[in-house]
Every structure is written in C-alpha cells, then in structure tokens.
Write a new protein. Structure first.
Lengths: 291, 348
C-alpha cells in the first residue's frame, strides 16, 4: 500500500515544502518590559538559540500567549539595533494584549514571523523623510525612523510630526527628548488636549503641517495612526505637493494567520498580510475598503 | 491516460477492496439529503446523487482542526500534524472537483499550508460525471464546471450497466490495477459513451444571461451597484452561504484550554466574511461594517478576486449557497441582476 501513498500529484503540490510549520510559533522569551503609558508597554523579546528575527521596518509578527491566542503586532525596533532582540510596543486593548501586559521578564511567549511587506527603505535613501505618526502609529514607524537615523548620512532632512491625544499618551518620551536635541532632525509634537505642564503645540496632527515647508519632489512621507486620521493627513501631504507614490502608510488589520490564507485582512482583492501592511498611497487609492 | 470499463457489479468489489486499505468517503443518504461520509459497506453508496449538503472540502479543510497542542506549564508546543489516513473520495461531482483544484492552488501558493497539503497528499479522488442537473439552483454549465479534464485520479461515467473509467494520474491507474477488475473500452463502448455525453449537454440549462468570461469585468463595473444595499437589507448575516461553499476557505485561529488550565490546543475553525466581527480589529474598528459591503465582498471574491489570484473562478456553480440561504440570495439572481443593471446603464 505504501507505493499507493507516494502518489503522483498535480505539479503544484509536488513542489510544495509540506514540512514547513507555518502555524507553529517559536518559543521566545521576554527580556524586559517597560511601561510607556497607562495603556502601552514596550516588550523586548529574544528568540530561541540566538535566532535573529531578520525583519524589515514595517513588518509584523504574530505574538502568542498559549491558551489565550495570537495577534498581529508591528515590530517597533529597527533591524540596525537588533542586537539579538526585537521590541514591540503593545496597547492593552484585546484578549491577547491584556494577557501580554500581565507578563514580565523571563516569561515565554510565542512568535511567528516576521510577516508582510515592510518599507522599501532602499528607495528612500537620498530623500528627505517626513514622518507623521499619530498615537500608537509611532510604534511601527519607530522601526523605520531609527533605521534612518542609524544611516543618517544616506538621507536628506528628517522631519517628524507626532501627535497624541494628550501629553501622557506620548510614546517613547526619552527618545522624543533625544530626537528633540538632535540638530539633524526636526521634531514637531502636538497633543489634542494639553495639561498644566504642557508648553508645546496643541491641536490635531494636521495642524503641524502648516509650520513646515518641504521640497515635495525629493520627499518621502510616511504615516501611521488610527483609521480616522489618514484622510486628513493624506490631504495635508497632497496639499504639500507630495506625489501619491511618495506617501507611505501602514494599515491595521486583524491577521489571524499572517500567511495569506485566513481572509481576515483582505482589502478588496488584496491580502494586507502579504501585499502590506505597508502600502504607498498610490497603491491603495483605488481600494474602497482600505481606509 | 487510458480509458477502461468497469461493470457495475465489479464496482462494488472495487470499493470493497479499497475499504481494506483506505478510508473511503462517498455520498450517502441522510435524512432525505445526501452527505459525504465514510462508508464500510459498498451498499451504502449513492453514486447517482444530486448534491451533498457540505462539499467534500470537509476532508481537506475540516470545519475544526488542531494545529498543535501545548502545555502551558513548560511553554512547549507539540506539533500535532499526524499523517492522515489515506483517503479515497469517491463520487465527487465535477463542480466540487473544480473547487478542490482552486483550494490546492490557495494552500500551495505563497506560504504552503502543511495541514491542508498533508491531507491532500493522502487523498485520491474518484469523480463522477453528472448526467442531469442536481436541481434548479445548480448552474455548473454556466460556470464551465459541468465536466472536468483534470483534477481527478479516476473519473467515472455511467453507461447504464457499466461505467467508463478515465485515469487522470498514475496513482489512479495504479488503484485500478491493484483493486479493480476493468476491461479495455471497446468501439461499442466508445459509441455509447459519445451518445451519453451528447445527450447530457442539452439537459443542463445555461442560467447566467451572459458568458461567464464577462463576470470579472461585470463585477469590476458593479462596485457601486445599488444591489449591494438591497442584499444587505435582506441578508441575515447567518453565514450559511459560506459554510456550505466548496471554495470558501477563510478561517479563524483560536486557543482552547482544558479545565486544568495547562493543557490545550490551538485550533483552526471555518470562519465567514459574512459575520459581523470578521474584519474587526482589536480596538473595535470594523473595516467591513455593513452587510451590504460583506455581501459585495463575498460576490467579488467568487467572481473576480479569487480568479485574479488563482486563475480559477471562486464559484463553481454548485448552488449550495442558494439552497442554504434563508432569504433567497442566489449567485444566479445576483449576477444576472448586475448584468441587467449594466445593460440598462443604471449603475453609477
């Protein structure tokens, strides 16, 4: 009977690597946890046997807590600073993230990935970079921002417009401080509502655009934030004369598999986990379900 | 490959022999309907069946399957992909055969899906030619699935007292050699076969008012059709349509734990784009909030998106969704109405 099981199959099946275990997570370990705001924590994670994640800025991982489930989380650290670990900045908002927030250094989690298409950083070199993250949108963009800063000489101006709802919700405050002190980086912060200590700009992120001037022909703009933010930020970017192909976004979806099968992340005909989560505005402009 | 003949009496012997070595799944009668089930006695089979409630997809992509088991206390996962029992799917209609070819492409493309491919590798398919329509809901002729040139290991055509057997693969050929008694097809058999096939075609009506090759472009032009809102108002979002569909493959991934709170398993279960929470992210934003948009997504997948990605239509015309729908949303009426709107120039 065994010879019957070695059957001839359609070619497509023959060429398959059936042994690959796409659903089995790596057993990773939390190295450290840093509380960033009331809702967000930064987790530093180490893969087993010194394995490197080998990601690109903009990609995501599927994080597991066995017994709770799995969720897609964007990678917040840059490959240039990997040092054998990677970071994710996680808002406590669902079952998995709530479970994750209960964990501490030494605890095990599952990691699959990296998945998706990240930022085409090779295409960005030589350009001015305009980053416009809103709220938790800084988490994925930080991966790209730090990569750019680590290759600083290869880029033109670096402008960061970052908005949060209030001063307490600003993420990576120590890095914001360091960025503010750099002379080769223009950082503009804003909050929707200030508090007694806030001396900076007040207003939604779009209000920062009027204070900056850019060379639209040589600038790449990158944004990420809550769904409601994109239309307004895109309007500002286009208003600055940026071309649709030079504006990049990272889109949020609930990828259950990360490997282009489960269907949850579909935007019209596109699987966000395969073609995204990073897209140029030109690529998604015609997709009605994108934003 | 070769064409042979098996007498009907010998078919039972063939199946009885297969049961010794294989799990044989076939259409059986169940409460007045047909369903694929494992059989232990060839007398159970109903090769002249209309349609099954669920397609044979359930043996390749089960409604619920374990991806791996785990023990939370040691943080260790255990791979649970076991070699499946070799299976023969017997009596598969050609519409379902086309659907399996699509699933093969979906699960083999990009990141290969080990669970699906493991089952598929252990499955042989014996299909059967349909000689009359299942019912008024089937529209296989319009979708080009009324027959199949490939995708089967063996293909049977009923000549009355015997079947012709077409071997599609070497594995199918080997199955015959080992388990069946067949004769070469004579000139007379070929004449009977030609007669059966030519008598078959007129019995199947075309149900689409247009050629199926126009379906993708029709759908492209219909993104803003008012029909989607009408469907959204009728649809109950019960997901019956996607549950019975031979080409739907979307799934959810969940964890289950035992009462000891240590041992558990990660499972994959069928999911549906028609359910409210399908495109919802953790913060609560739903990217396909209305039933109108979800119905549109479903039909766009069936007639356009999947075709573009896999070169197989996402609808094989089996009619199961039409039978299952409680509010009479059917692909034939939807596609024909979109076509009517286009011809009337009434779509913005």
């Amino acid at each position: 009977m065994t010879d019957m099981m070695l059957r001839e199959h359609p070619t497509i099946i023959e060429t398959m690597n059936v042994g690959s275990q796409v659903f089995l997570p790596d057993k990773a370990r939390i190295v450290s946890v840093r509380k960033m705001t009331a809702l967000e924590k930064l987790f530093t994670i180490e893969l087993p046997q010194g394995k490197s994640l080998g990601h690109r800025p903009g990609q995501f991982v599927e994080i597991s807590c066995l017994g709770i489930g799995e969720a897609p989380i964007s990678i917040s650290s840059s490959p240039s600073r990997s040092n054998g670990v990677f970071e994710i900045c996680v808002r406590k908002v669902g079952d998995l993230t709530t479970a994750l927030h209960r964990l501490g250094p030494g605890d095990r989690i599952g990691v699959r990935g990296p998945f998706g298409r990240g930022f085409p950083i090779e295409k960005f070199r030589g350009k001015d970079m305009l980053f416009a993250p809103g709220g938790l949108g800084l988490a994925p963009l930080r991966s790209l921002i730090n990569q750019v800063l680590d290759e600083r000489a290869l880029f033109g101006r670096v402008i960061i417009l970052y908005g949060a709802r209030n001063p307490d919700e600003l993420l990576f405050k120590d890095e914001l401080q360091a960025w503010a002190e750099r002379e080769d980086l223009e950082l503009h912060l804003t909050v929707d509502r200030g508090d007694e200590n806030w001396k900076g700009h007040i207003g939604v992120i779009t209000t920062l655009f009027k204070d900056i001037s850019i060379n639209p022909r040589n600038t790449v703009a990158v944004t990420c934030g809550p769904p409601v933010m994109y239309r307004f930020v895109l309007m500002e970017m286009l208003g600055k004369g940026l071309s649709e192909g030079n504006i990049y976004l990272s889109l949020e979806r609930r990828m259950k598999c990360g490997v282009g099968k489960c269907g949850h992340c579909q935007i019209n005909h596109i699987y966000t986990c395969q073609s995204g989560p990073v897209f140029s505005y030109r690529e998604i402009k015609g997709l009605e379900e994108a934003l | 490959m070769s064409l042979t003949v098996i007498q009907k009496d010998d078919l039972n012997t063939f199946i009885r022999n297969l049961i010794q070595d294989y799990r044989v799944v076939e259409p059986v009668e169940k409460n007045g309907h047909f369903a694929f089930a494992e059989i232990t006695d060839p007398a159970e089979i109903r090769l002249a069946y209309t349609t099954t409630i669920l397609p044979p997809k359930k043996y390749l992509l089960p409604p619920r399957e374990v991806l791996f088991t785990f023990n939370r206390s040691d943080g260790g996962e255990v791979n649970s992909i076991q070699p499946e029992r070799p299976t023969v799917m017997f009596g598969v209609h050609t519409c379902d055969l086309h659907a399996i070819q699509l699933l093969d492409s979906v699960f083999a493309t990009g990141y290969p899906d080990p669970n699906y491919l493991n089952r598929r590798r252990n499955t042989l398919i014996v299909s059967v030619e349909c000689l009359s329509p299942c019912d008024e809901n089937s529209f296989c002729k319009s979708m080009g699935t009324l027959t199949a040139d490939e995708g089967f290991d063996l293909h049977l055509i009923d000549l009355g007292d015997a079947y012709t057997v077409d071997s599609g693969t070497e594995a199918g050929e080997a199955l015959l050699t080992r388990y069946a008694k067949v004769q070469p097809a004579s000139q007379g058999t070929m004449r009977r076969l030609n007669r059966v096939l030519s008598e078959k075609w007129p019995k199947f009506p075309y149900r689409l008012d247009f050629d199926v090759s126009d379906l993708p472009s029709l759908l492209s032009l219909s993104m803003k059709s008012p029909l989607w809102n009408e469907l959204g108002e009728r649809c109950l979002a019960c997901a019956a349509c996607t549950n019975v569909c031979p080409t739907c493959f979307c799934f959810d991934v969940q964890d289950e734990v035992e009462l000891d709170l240590q041992h558990g398993r990660r499972i994959r279960v069928w999911d549906s784009c028609q359910l409210d929470e399908f495109a919802t992210v953790a913060g609560g934003h739903n990217f396909r909030k209305s039933k109108a948009l979800r119905q549109r997504h479903r039909f766009m997948r069936k007639g356009k998106y999947i075709l573009e990605a896999h070169n197989h239509l996402g609808c094989v015309g089996c009619g199961r969704c039409a039978r299952a729908c409680l509010v009479d949303i059917t692909p034939v009426s939807v596609f024909n109405e979109l076509n009517r709107q286009q011809e009337a120039g009434s779509v913005p």
